[in-house]
Design a protein around this ligand. Structure first.
Ligand SMILES: [Zn+2]
Length: 304
């Protein structure tokens, strides 16, 4: 995520440089004096430091006067930053850097995006072509029906948890989104995000002194994607997952877990108290069917 932001800022910077170069070419076409001034400036740069500053400000004044003559703003040949506060670096403060307001806003926006439910990935738009072979297509159709049934029963399906698992590329996330999109259409507040993002938000909540778990324990439908890829942060990951799963179970709130981990792997990754609340421990599923999804009293685990 940080890398994304960093490349966002370096793109901004590159764009600002390109635009400045274009303005400079434009000026040099207007009057060769602009090029002469720039050549003078370059000579100053290659000079020893003393006197350079004064020389530069003289050049700058001459340049501004020249710009004025052409009716151009005096900062026309300066780099223009999208955010003058941080000069498009995303950080302010010396020597201790902190995030600039523009970066915090970006992060907020991304958080909203991450929690946003994709309106295109719905049951209605479900494409059978995502399945690699007829057998998985058959299985996929069954699961789509099961997920639709689960969605129809919202906000209180008889079995509140749904555990969708299986290898990547089988449309698990699509189904999770489709359930959330359907819920939103019915006016049921829903939150869909990855376990990774959830743990990040919990951490941020701790540092800003808010109640970071509240949203996750109370939203009527929580779709938690990519369970098992979140970082195992001591005193945070297991504790948060336990608290969220436990409270949602006691309030019988609808929760969809999506994971590449099968039930044994889930039990291995998390403590028993967590795995059992996500309710995917194999021996809790006496009605397992050999070919595919299975339902049980405590939870609902589905291979996808
Ligand atoms: Zn900024």
């Amino acid at each position: 995520m940080n890398t994304n932001f960093d490349s966002y800022y370096s793109d901004l910077h590159r764009r600002a440089v390109r635009q400045l170069e274009a303005r400079r070419r434009e000026c040099e076409n207007l009057d060769p004096a602009f090029a002469a001034l720039q050549a003078k400036r370059n000579r100053v740069f290659s000079m020893p430091a003393q006197g350079g500053k004064l020389a530069l400000s003289t050049i700058r004044l001459e340049e501004e006067a020249l710009l004025k003559r052409f009716g151009l703003p005096k900062d026309y040949l300066q780099l223009t930053y999208t955010c003058p506060l941080c000069k498009d670096t995303g950080y302010v403060g010396e020597p201790i850097k902190r995030k600039c307001a523009c970066r915090l806003k970006l992060e907020q926006r991304e958080r909203a995006e991450a929690g946003r439910i994709n309106e295109r990935e719905t049951f209605a738009n479900f494409k059978e072509s995502i399945y690699p072979d007829p057998a998985s297509l058959e299985e996929g159709k069954k699961i789509a029906i099961l997920c639709q049934r689960y969605a129809n029963a919202l906000p209180h399906p008889k079995i509140p948890q749904l555990y969708l698992y299986g290898p990547g590329g089988r449309g698990k996330s699509y189904m999770g989104n489709a359930i959330a999109a359907y819920a939103i259409e019915q006016g049921i507040d829903s939150l869909r995000l990855t376990a990774y993002r959830m743990i990040e938000e919990v951490m941020e909540g701790f540092s800003t002194n808010t109640s970071p778990l509240l949203r996750f324990t109370q939203v009527p439908l929580l779709v938690l994607d990519d369970l098992g890829t979140e970082p195992m942060i001591p005193n945070v990951t297991a504790e948060s997952l336990f608290a969220i799963a436990d409270q949602r179970n006691s309030s019988r709130l609808a929760t969809v877990y999506i994971s590449n981990l099968d039930q044994n792997e889930l039990a291995q990754r998390y403590e028993e108290r967590i795995a059992s609340r996500i309710d995917a421990v194999p021996d809790r599923h006496p009605h397992r069917q050999p070919g595919g999804h299975h339902l049980s009293g405590g939870g609902d685990a589905t291979v996808l």
